[in-house]
Design a protein around this ligand. Sequence first.
Ligand code: F6P
Length: 537
Amino acid sequence: MSIRSSAEWGALESHFASVKDTHLRDLFAADPGRGDTMHAEAGDIYLDYSKNRLTSETLQLLLALAERADLRQHIDDMFSGKKINVTERRAVLHTALRAPRDAVIEVDGHNVVPDVHEVLDRMAAFSERVRTGDWTGATEKRIRNVINIGIGGSDLGPAMAFEALKNFSDRDMTFQYVSNIDGTAFVEATRGLDPAETLFVICSKTFTTLETMTNAHTARNWVVDTLGDAAVEHHFVAASTNSEEVARFGIDTDNMFPFWDWVGGRYSYDSAIGLSLMVAIGPERFGEMLAGFHAMDEHFRTAPFDRNLPVLLGLIGIWYNNFFGAETVSILPYDQYLWRLTSYFQQLDMESDGKSVDRSGDPVDVQTGPIVWGQPGTNGQHAYYQLIHQGTKLIPCDFIGFAKPTHDVGDHHNLLMANYFAQPEALAFGKTREEVEAEGVPDHQVPHRVFRGNHPTNSILVSELTPHTLGQLIALYEHKVFTQGWIWDINSFDQWGVELGKVLANRIIPVLDAAEDPDLDHDSSTNALIRRFRRLR
Ligand code: F6P
């Protein structure tokens, strides 16, 4: 039975009709203490969800929905290695990537935790060799530059985390992330670099992805042109599940760091895919990050749902997505180091929950994953916040801020955080016509300067940005996405939707290269565009 037909969903629908027009101003007036009560905490993360358009009854009804969806059982199934990725018949065990050494997590009767730690140990040994200069290039020059080549989950995770933790990285080295098949990405990343000092980490779960393999071959040529074929083993390592393809590329499989089919690409940066990050920040910091992930995993697995951060975030998201009809969610980190966080969350959420059939293959009868977007504050405030404040759309926002600054420069941090506090306040309470008029605003401007308010936000306040808190934050959102996917009864762990475009691109490649004008058998629009491209090129 679809969740939509459940009594719990029906109860939420009736409740929605009675609260949908209630203003946050009224909710705070009726319960002035809601800012103190509507919060939850886990580890270093404090979540204030009081500025949401919900009451304690809403919350009870949402929690009942989670019970109805048997969420607890499904959480246990994921953590215990059940094959919950039903379409690919795979376990979903990114949580095993950060499990302590003595944990036991079995897939098909095999404990995977020792395998995880064996790879982590190899990564640590390798990272230390690069960081200390013991691992050198073909001419025995020290490695100064690390370039990660990958795309999607094999890029966004390590790239986001490297940027987030840059302050913990070895500043005598450079780290770059090449993903786009546009040759510009490779050319700009290698501009001015000495191949003899450059190490490529080729990251690809499948080791067949067009973009990654094209960039990897270009990198290989770039190294070989200067240093010869024998240099490849000194300048290339790989993270992959496909040792055959790694060997075929010419990388010594001793320099391959494996992971497993139960690690989804967008959940993979704790695995060997994080190698460039480990080289950057060192194994100890990487371990602290994994411990942060694990702490949030344990919270998600064990905390009661009414105090469970990922569950609360997931349920609140469902409230807007499925009852208010909000189409998007904006994630707004108030920290410059997190400038790639929202891109990372886009893949995490939109590739996971962008589905329109349920786990049995039947069309869903509820809205599924939202459109995720945003960029760091305060930049966005001077760009698109206007629409959030005064546009016609309902855009729930997550504000993420840190109590301690990474760099204590003058009064920057207090100014940043004043904005972090002010925006949710302005969004919630707005400014009434009476207030605007009382300010003596000219009549013709009054309607333009009224802020309706009642825009919902979550405020996520973290102690400071460290590897440990980053791990907690990322796991928080991973499990939020899981919570929502289960309640919608979709498989959050496959991504068949990206296939069709890949297949069609492969059909078009030879046509672009053909010497003679090819017979085109696409639709008239695609045919005309290809012809024009061939003429102009
Ligand atoms: O095309 C989508 C996708 O499969 C993502 O899910 C994945 O993260 C990315 O491509 C890269 O895949 P791979 O690691 O196999 O190169």
